[in-house]
Design a protein around this ligand. Structure first.
Ligand SMILES: O=C(O)CCC(=O)C(=O)O
Length: 286
């Protein structure tokens, strides 16, 4: 599906400088309605990777996370491959094509007190490189009070890797010495610290945030008692991305034995990581 409007040079510059940019109004109403319905329907089903965690305080809050839906659902794969998300990622990374890495659903029910802890994504994944972008699509209205994401602008350039910390906690999650990495600081305690620049957005359904894999981010509670917060985060890669030794037990289905994958090498394994968008003048285009 074509973009509703081109990605501007200013957007590319912001993504490069801050490690995150908000792109508005690229998803049409039909696509949004379909995406929201798929996500809500999926959240009510039993799926291998679906985790629904009630708030520990016994209140009404509940966080639902699920991953890799597009590996088994044509509906989700249609969003991954045929919505504007793939082209948005490619244009911002300035790469000629992008491959699908994985997709992840995040729901925070009204009144959810559990935050999304501060983290960056790269150490969770067996990947390295800059050209990996997450397109986090708001499917409901999002703001800072209902668990909108907050980013530390420019943190993707800190040259620091923080210890991956899964929510909810999981046994034997850390691998390869990642337990020795420093924990990600609680950046909400630094909101008044002028050393950091925090960015967040009021978003309408169909606005999306695109972030670099090392940009630190987190979210507060969903203080709304009416509005659930639903987002679909799709990860794409291209350019300089490389397969790497895993630092966690996270796996992409089909890569468990690293068949056809070599550490330090671009993972051009079409079965697992298909090309989902290619610039018209790129090598390999029809
Ligand atoms: O939506 C959330 O609460 C977390 C999203 C996130 O961390 C991501 O997409 O990388």
């Amino acid at each position: 599906m074509a973009l509703q409007h081109p990605i501007s040079e200013a957007d590319i510059h912001t993504y490069e400088r801050d490690g995150v940019v908000c792109i508005r109004g690229q998803f049409d109403a039909d696509l949004l309605a379909k995406s929201l319905a798929l996500c809500v329907d999926h959240s009510t089903k039993t799926a291998v990777s679906l985790v629904a965690a009630d708030d520990a305080d016994g209140g009404p809050g509940r966080t639902i996370v699920s991953s890799h839906m597009a590996r088994t659902s044509l509906g989700f794969m249609d969003i991954v491959a045929n919505s504007p998300a793939a082209e948005i990622a490619a244009r911002l990374m300035v790469v000629p094509d992008v491959r699908y890495l994985y997709d992840q659903l995040f729901i925070k029910e009204p009144g959810t007190t559990a935050p999304t802890d501060w983290h960056h994504d790269l150490p969770f994944w067996p990947f390295d490189g800059n050209d990996i972008a997450s397109v986090w699509i708001a499917l409901t209205p999002v703001n800072r009070d209902n668990s909108g994401l907050v980013y530390v602008a420019g943190s993707h350039k800190w040259n620091t890797l923080y210890r991956p910390n899964p929510a909810p906690p999981r046994q034997n999650f850390l691998k390869g010495g990642s337990g020795d990495l420093p924990p990600c600081p609680a950046f909400h305690k630094e909101f008044d610290n002028p050393e950091y620049r925090f960015v967040s957005w009021d978003m309408e359904p169909g606005d999306c945030l695109v972030h670099h894999p090392l940009t630190v981010h987190g979210a507060g509670p969903n203080a709304s008692l009416e509005q659930r917060r639903v987002a679909l985060s799709i990860r794409y890669f291209g350019g300089d991305a490389k397969w790497a030794a895993p630092l966690t037990s996270f796996t992409v289905p089909g890569t468990e034995h690293e068949m056809g994958l070599e550490r330090g090498v671009f993972p051009a394994n079409e079965d697992v990581f298909p090309v989902v968008w290619r610039r018209a003048d790129a090598p390999g285009s029809p």
